[in-house]
Design a protein around this ligand. Structure first.
Ligand code: IVH
Length: 675
């Protein structure tokens, strides 16, 4: 009996394997999806009724991981950063100067690798001893999602590197895209090829992923052990030899003239390419120089994206409405006759603020030029006055917020000028601001709760189920399950995702509160300063706040603007209550300072004078990458004053001597760094 079942099982599993091959590898399915699912179901039933079969083979092994509702999150070996942008020749000239200054090699020409910037979805592939073992999405840049099974359905991604000489570990960064032609076949379902690629990659069922033909270009090196390459161009050539697809338009170039030339060559080719590109990426070709240049908080210094000019179109303004952002900013938005701009249908375009509308004299009914660049919100550029009709009305900018409260323009402390943006100052008391704040809280960079997006926040807000952040953690699921679109499984998954998000790091908690001017980077600096959530909430107390704020000004990266904003936010008792309620729902872990173990671990340094073989910026970055902190003024807190040979300030040296601070000469500094 068992033998018979075993034979039946083996036979069917082989059939399934055969169909997988025709489907995934040859891209020629022999049976319909329904037929495939029937075989799958039969096998699953057999496996359930006769558990001994699992020892022979497992259906799950053959069909890929069970379509799960959530992808596992995995920390990246190296963060996946974004790129800073350049828009014109001047920006590129500034960039070249900046890297030259940083490296202190002003007159030498730095070789660049110039590559098309593919407008797709980034992913990273990890090969251990040549075998593809992990495949992650970018996620929030620090942690990605395990999408290996889906990536494996892209037949052109090597599952194994067939070469004798390979590093033990190599991480290949790539951009997944869908070709323009393939997108044409499915364009009713997605706004643009990029969304289609993203949607397909995040499909829970890898078999579905393979239905949309995904392609990729490998462009970068993540982690590697041991180091194997000296140049970016060499890396690209080698991985191409190994079977990865790399972009054929990549080129080594030097100098501004060549940059400009290449820019227009590729811009002219752009529309004839089979994939969308939105600019060119310029990378310092020498990997050692790349290492010296390092990263700023969000992007590498060794690369820049030089964007093509934005795509434009003409359309008519049907109406102008206002929107309220999470910081209370009132933004006028033009509702336009839907028009396709660079492959995307646009029906809303921002008008920025009242002054912009007046300056450009934009009226309802006008024909306007709108532009869209990458992910940036489409904007109204100018009016075609030849098409102006007498009946076109001026927009009267409301002095009140949508909530009815008066708005105001702030006066900047530094410039003493009036801000162009009008703001509602009601904070959580304005329901429009409150909703936006909630959307920010659940966003990818903050709590990152799967299944709780902007639309769900709107829905649950309207039903009075979420009014403040803490409510997210006390949802009435019995009510939600009765709503359209919700089922037991989605509720279970939402509950799971919410519970998981309760564990949060201090920096993400601070960022999620949504204090104006406190972005991700500032939140990290603050988290490093406070270290624990208990220390952070001392800022709630009026009598402690002034002292805390005074200390914050000393932090590199925190300025008066941030301090003032923190003071404003916590002077409002409702904000304190809401933040406290939220905190009570969470398990907030202390901030882990990066690279504590470096040469300057927990030491405070200061520099004076210039160095011969490195710029001040590089010296600062080296100190920070090695666990040190760089201060801007001499105080008792300082551990070392590093004195460069070129024009050091005598006063600083004298002060340091007086305070018995250790002085390090340029020669000693180079010795410490093994240079
Ligand atoms: S290099 C930031 N090269 O652009 C680390 N990126 O805005 C270095 N991208 O997340 C990135 N084509 O997904 C690089 N040839 C290329 C690229 C490219 C597309 C994407 C990538 C990255 C994003 C940064």
């Amino acid at each position: 009996m068992n033998n018979k079942i075993e034979n039946r099982f083996k036979k069917k599993i082989n059939i399934l394997k055969k169909h997988n091959k025709s489907y995934f590898i040859h891209d020629k399915p022999q049976i319909t999806d329904a037929e495939y699912d029937k075989i799958k179901k039969e096998l699953q039933d057999l496996e359930k009724n006769y558990p001994f079969l699992k020892k022979i083979d497992s259906v799950e092994n053959v069909i890929g991981a069970k379509p799960s509702n959530k992808f596992d999150k995995i920390k990246h070996l190296k963060p996946m950063l974004s790129l800073s942008n350049a828009f014109d020749e001047k920006d590129m000239n500034d960039y070249l100067k900046k890297i030259g200054n940083f490296l202190n090699i002003k007159n030498q020409i730095i070789e660049l690798s110039c590559e098309p910037k593919i407008d797709g979805i980034s992913a990273t592939l990890i090969y251990e001893n040549g075998i593809l073992t992990k495949g992650l999405s970018r996620g929030d840049g620090t942690t990605g999602e395990d999408i290996l099974e889906n990536l494996k359905t892209i037949s052109t991604i090597p599952k194994k590197i067939n070469s004798k000489k390979i590093p033990n570990l190599i991480e290949i960064r790539c951009e997944i895209y869908i070709s323009k032609r393939d997108f044409d076949k499915i364009k009713t379902k997605f706004a643009n090829p990029r969304n289609a690629a993203g949607g397909s990659l995040r499909q829970k069922d890898p078999r579905q992923t393979s239905k949309i033909p995904l392609k990729y270009f490998a462009y970068g090196l993540g982690a590697i052990e041991p180091m194997f390459f000296q140049k970016q161009s060499e890396f690209l050539a080698k991985i191409n030899e190994w079977g990865f697809s790399t972009n054929p338009l990549s080129k080594k170039i030097t100098g501004l003239r060549e940059i400009q030339k290449q820019h227009s060559v590729i811009d002219n080719l752009r529309s004839s390419l089979e994939y969308d590109i939105d600019g060119l990426v310029y990378k310092v070709n020498d990997l050692k120089l790349q290492e010296r240049l390092g990263n700023t908080s969000n992007s590498p210094r060794w690369a820049i994206a030089y964007k093509f000019s934005a795509e434009k179109a003409f359309t008519e303004i049907k109406d102008i409405v206002i929107q309220v952002g999470r910081t209370g900013a009132i933004t006028p938005v033009a509702k336009v006759e839907p028009v396709t701009v660079g492959g995307v249908v646009v029906s809303n375009a921002t008008l920025h603020n009242e002054d912009e509308i007046n300056r450009k004299d934009i009226r309802i009914g006008d024909t306007v030029k709108i532009q869209r660049a990458g992910d940036v919100i489409p904007q109204v550029v100018s009016v075609d006055l030849s098409k102006r009709k007498d009946k076109n009305r001026k927009f009267i900018f409301p002095s009140k917020c949508l909530c009815g409260a008066p708005t105001k323009k702030e006066i900047s402390k530094s410039t003493k000028k009036e801000d162009a943006v009008r703001r509602c100052t009601k904070g959580y008391d304005c329901k429009f601001i409150a909703k936006e704040k909630l959307k920010h809280i659940v966003s990818k960079e903050a709590f990152n709760i799967d299944g709780l997006g902007k639309k769900v926040i709107e829905q649950l807000w309207d039903l009075n189920l979420i009014k403040e952040p803490a409510d997210i953690f006390n949802l009435n699921y019995e009510k939600i399950i009765r709503l359209e679109g919700w089922g037991e499984l989605s509720i279970k998954n939402l509950d799971k995702a919410i519970n998981k998000s309760k564990k949060i790091t201090l920096d993400k908690f601070i960022y999620s509160i949504g204090i104006r001017h406190i972005g991700q980077e500032n939140a990290k600096i603050l988290a490093e300063f406070f270290t624990s959530s208990d220390a952070f909430i001392e800022i709630f107390k009026r009598e402690k706040r002034d002292e805390i704020l005074k200390n914050l000004v000393e932090l590199d990266g925190i300025g008066e603007t941030q301090v003032e904003s923190l003071d404003n936010f916590f002077s409002n008792s409702k904000n304190i209550l809401i933040t406290k309620n939220l905190k009570d729902q969470l398990i907030i872990s202390n901030f882990n300072k990066k690279d504590k173990s470096g040469k300057f671990s927990s030491k405070k340094l200061m520099f004076t004078g210039g160095f011969e073989n490195m710029s001040r910026s590089e010296a600062k970055s080296i100190a920070e990458n090695n666990g040190g902190k760089v201060l801007g003024s001499i105080s008792k807190k300082l551990d070392f004053l590093i004195v460069g040979n070129s024009k050091p300030t005598k006063k600083k040296i004298d002060q340091a001597k007086k305070l018995k601070i250790k002085i390090i000469t340029e020669k000693e500094w180079n010795k410490i760094l093994d240079r």
